[in-house]
Design a protein around this ligand. Structure first.
Ligand SMILES: N[C@@H](CCC(=O)N[C@@H](CS)C(=O)NCC(=O)O)C(=O)O
Length: 318
């Protein structure tokens, strides 16, 4: 991580833990908002007006938080409005790295070798972890926001002048219910798999893994009444959040994070739902199972030999 803008120690996945060995995720630091007029958003400074070509997303395809920003970018048809750079999937001793791994890129903006250089370019005394996704403002040469929950909200609503207005993933009338479901999905599933994988006591693991499967069971039941998406016919933010964990589950979380009570393949409704979302235009481009597998199995603290398993064999029909 960065301490006063200097890379301080070898990268380690466990960010912080409580007294009982529970994994705690760092809170995000850059919280400005892009808005249609450049007015200030709920947090941060004003001056980040939605403009075509002004903003850039740094992502890693292993990362569910980054992938949700890619999904919203696709669904809102913002490909030509916000460009992206994909980092390599494996975490190095200096965190995320740019490079020529298949499907990854070098940094077109600052010529950085590591993502932490983007953070210090924005704030030379930055303290904390250099996480993806990062929304970069080319005009002001700084990070707008590094919290995917904020980024997906602004991609959904701030760029309507340029993007697809027929898609609204956060409709006003459902916001209360979406927020409520998102909170459960985040705690027990999206972050729950990490809590299981990075638990440092049996108790913390048991608690987390139980939450993961209780949530999957609940979602399976919810989708078993034949509905297309979690809230019926319309795709929402909750579907984006559920999908990014489902698509990684059998390839990564089932093995490396010890979430192995069941696979998504064992849940008929969830499997069909996952394939349905994967088949939406553009979504397959946001999923790279090779990056997902190589990335999670590169976490030395969990897999010291770095051996990448041969299976599972997944069939994803787009
Ligand atoms: N709250 C952040 C979390 C992002 C996050 O934790 N990303 C992980 C990858 S999945 C990361 O970059 N980890 C690097 C590190 O912790 O040093 C968000 O949702 O944007």
């Amino acid at each position: 991580m960065l301490v006063n803008g200097k890379w301080a120690s070898d990268w380690h996945p466990v960010q912080e833990k409580d007294d009982d060995g529970r994994f705690i995720r760092q809170t995000s630091s850059f919280r400005h908002w892009v808005t249609p007029t450049g007015a200030a958003g709920p947090t941060g400074d004003r001056g980040f007006k939605a403009e075509a070509g002004r903003y850039h997303l740094y992502v890693a395809l292993i990362c569910p938080w980054a992938s949700r920003t890619l999904m919203v970018r696709k669904l809102k048809k913002l490909d030509d409005v916000i460009d992206i750079t994909v980092l390599e999937p494996s975490l190095t001793d200096q965190g995320w790295q740019f490079g020529d791994y298949a499907g990854a890129q070098t940094d077109p903006l600052l010529g950085a070798k590591f993502l932490h250089e983007i953070y210090t370019a924005a704030d030379p005394t930055f303290n904390g972890r250099a996480t993806v996704p990062v929304l970069w403002d080319k005009k002001r040469g700084t990070i707008v926001n590094n919290e995917s929950a904020d980024i997906i909200t602004m991609l959904n609503s701030a760029f309507n002048e340029f993007g697809n207005t027929s898609v609204d993933l956060y409709p006003q009338e459902l916001r209360g219910e979406i927020d409520c479901l998102n909170a459960q999905l985040y705690d027990c599933l999206n972050n729950g798999v990490y809590k299981a994988g990075f638990a440092s006591t049996q108790e913390a693991y048991n608690e987390a893994v139980m939450g993961v499967f209780e949530t999957l069971d609940t979602m399976e039941t919810r989708l078993s009444d034949g509905r297309t998406y979690l809230f019926g016919n319309g795709l929402t933010m909750s579907d984006i959040r559920l999908f990014v964990t489902l698509i990684r589950f059998d390839t990564a979380y089932h093995g490396i994070f010890k979430c192995n009570f069941r696979r998504i393949a064992d849940y008929p409704a969830l499997s069909a739902y996952m394939t349905r979302i994967y088949s939406l235009p553009g979504i397959a481009d946001t999923v790279n199972l090779d990056h997902i597998k190589a990335g999670y199995y590169s976490i030395k603290a969990l897999n010291p030999t770095g051996i990448i398993p041969a299976g599972p064999v997944l069939t994803l029909a787009a």
